[in-house]
Design a protein around this ligand. Sequence first.
Ligand code: MN
Length: 129
Amino acid sequence: MSGKTRRVLIVEDNGRNRKLFGLLIDSMGHECLMAADGAIGIQLAREGHPDLILMDIQMPALDGVSALRLLKRDPLTADIPVVAVTSYAMESDRKRLLAAGFTDYLAKPVDTNQFKRIIGNLLGSGHDD
Ligand code: MN
């Protein structure tokens, strides 16, 4: 194994997706924090100092775009890269999310290889080979 263990915060209201993303992050040798809505996600981002956040868009309590705005406004969390994970798959949605300040975008259902490549690159652990 090479590379440093990183911490990834998964903010996702669907339990099956949380589990899947958690297994993928785990298989990459990183650790996870989990939140089932945007409000808890923001709290964990402040307390847990994750290296990366995966953010669902459609969630109760606080949606992903609103949560992102709050994260970017807080100096404690402003520099953490945030990847949108959403079933909004149109090109216009992608542009809207990147314009809102998301670092990157993953469409659901996620492609496992694309997930690992994008997350791996953002965590600085290189490609899986
Ligand atoms: Mn959702």
